[in-house]
Ligand binder design. Structure first.
Ligand SMILES: Nc1ncnc2c1ncn2[C@@H]1O[C@H](COP(=O)(O)OP(=O)(O)O)[C@@H](O)[C@H]1O
Ligand SMILES: [Mg+2]
Length: 388
């Protein structure tokens, strides 16, 4: 089985360094490893000090790297998608469209990053895929995308398609309206198939873990709390927080006293609040961490005796339990208050909104004749009871 590690966090905290170091160490310890960057501001090449591009490059024994270029991917898949868009946009009066015009549609390029991830995981060529993610906000959008797409495919799409089949001959006869043909629906389905299954990979804690990189600074930690909650909302398993750029004890210059004191406060807070997720620490190095040797050494101090590819914590983001006549759905939503959370039930689905993010949870059939009863937050878990 291929393990997948998603490395995310605020800009500049050391995501790329940690991703590259984790991959380098894992490869040195015998795992066939690839590290991918989905951050459009690629810097893996800088960390390894090697030219990298959209093609897989071998960096050493068992170690490969790739900086996914969304634009190249988009153009590869373009012909497949174009027919569909031409037809759809044709309804709206557009004559011709170019790839460049569509490339601005938000989220579309990200679909291809997910597709590549799925392909690497399924190829059997790697024991470990490490993903150097874009900064938090984009990453959450990327990771929630399969969820959103699945929803549309299940709902809107099947309904539209069914309606189109029945209505097409009549509509065309009556009004001469173009109705999407089966070929177009087929193209859309193939497009979707690229990311279908990605959600299962990314939300299975045995396969995928997310690692949250922070610096022991107040604003960085504040964002990390929110990120943890949103990742959990979408079913992702955070298995470690990595506190990077901790001032080493050797730094005794009084100029850094206030920094050191604040770092101490933040580190203590991180240990307390993110428990039982382990906190791994890495110190601020005397220079930037560049090149295979420096990265491997950085990884070795970061993980020590731990296996970098192992699952380091086991918290289920989403659980559905029945206890006698009580049906309880619980979601791990640390760092959120009840005023941040909104619940709605509709057609066999529970919609959960936390801050700006929203997901739907499809309820098992046997839960569908029940409705939401009591909901409360208990030790970082939202517990929703379903009653008759
Ligand atoms: N522990 C560390 N010690 C010294 N420099 C570091 C450390 N971690 C990261 N850096 C440096 O900080 C900069 C930002 O790190 P990077 O990994 O690119 O962050 P991100 O990917 O989160 O934007 C880089 O120049 C990197 O070499
Ligand atoms: Mg980076």
């Amino acid at each position: 089985m291929t393990r997948i590690l998603l490395v995310t966090g605020k800009g500049g905290v050391g995501k790329t360094t940690v991703a590259a170091a984790t991959a380098t160490l894992a490869a040195a310890r015998g795992l066939r490893t690839i590290v991918l960057s989905t951050d459009p501001a690629h810097s893996l090449a800088d960390a390894f000090d090697e030219p990298l591009g959209d093609q897989v490059a071998e960096l050493g024994p068992r170690l490969a790297a790739q900086q996914l270029d969304a634009r190249v991917r988009f153009e590869d898949a373009w012909t497949e998608v174009r027919d569909w868009f031409v037809e759809v946009l044709g309804w709206a009066g557009a004559d011709t469209i170019e790839a460049e015009e569509l490339a601005v549609i938000p989220g579309l390029d990200e679909v291809f990053a997910l597709a590549d991830l799925k392909q690497h995981a399924a190829s059997g060529a790697y024991d470990l895929v490490v993903v150097d993610c874009a900064p938090t906000a984009e990453t959450i959008r990327l990771l929630s995308l399969p969820d959103v797409m699945a929803w549309y495919m299940d709902k809107a799409f099947t309904t539209t398609r069914r309606a189109a089949r029945v209505a097409r001959p009549m509509l065309q006869r009556l009004a001469g309206l173009p109705v999407a043909s089966d070929a177009v629906f087929g193209a859309l389905e193939r497009f979707y198939a690229r990311v279908d299954g990605v959600r299962e990979l990314l939300t299975d804690g045995r396969i995928t873990s997310a690692r949250l990189v922070v610096n022991p600074e107040r604003m960085v930690v504040a964002e990390a709390r929110r990120t943890f909650t949103y990742l959990s909302l979408f079913g992702h398993h955070v298995d470690a927080v990595i506190a990077n750029k901790v001032l080493p004890a050797e730094v005794t210059d009084p100029w850094f006293d206030a920094w050191r004191q604040q770092q101490g406060v933040e580190l203590e807070g991180i240990e307390r609040e993110f428990a039982p997720v382990p906190i791994l620490r890495s110190e601020l190095a005397p220079t930037e961490v560049i090149g295979l040797d420096a990265l491997e050494a950085f990884g070795a101090t970061l993980y020590g005796a731990l296996d970098p590819a192992a699952r380091l914590a086991d918290i289920e983001p989403l659980r559905m339990e029945t206890d006698g006549d009580t049906f309880v759905l619980s979601l791990h939503l640390p760092f959120s208050g009840s005023s941040d959370i909104d619940l709605a039930q509709h057609d066999g689905e529970l919609f959960v909104a936390v801050g700006p993010h929203r997901r739907s949870v499809v309820l098992p059939d046997s839960w569908r004749n029940r409705s939401v009863g009591r909901a409360r937050l208990d030790a970082g878990r939202l517990r929703v009871e379903f009653v008759r």
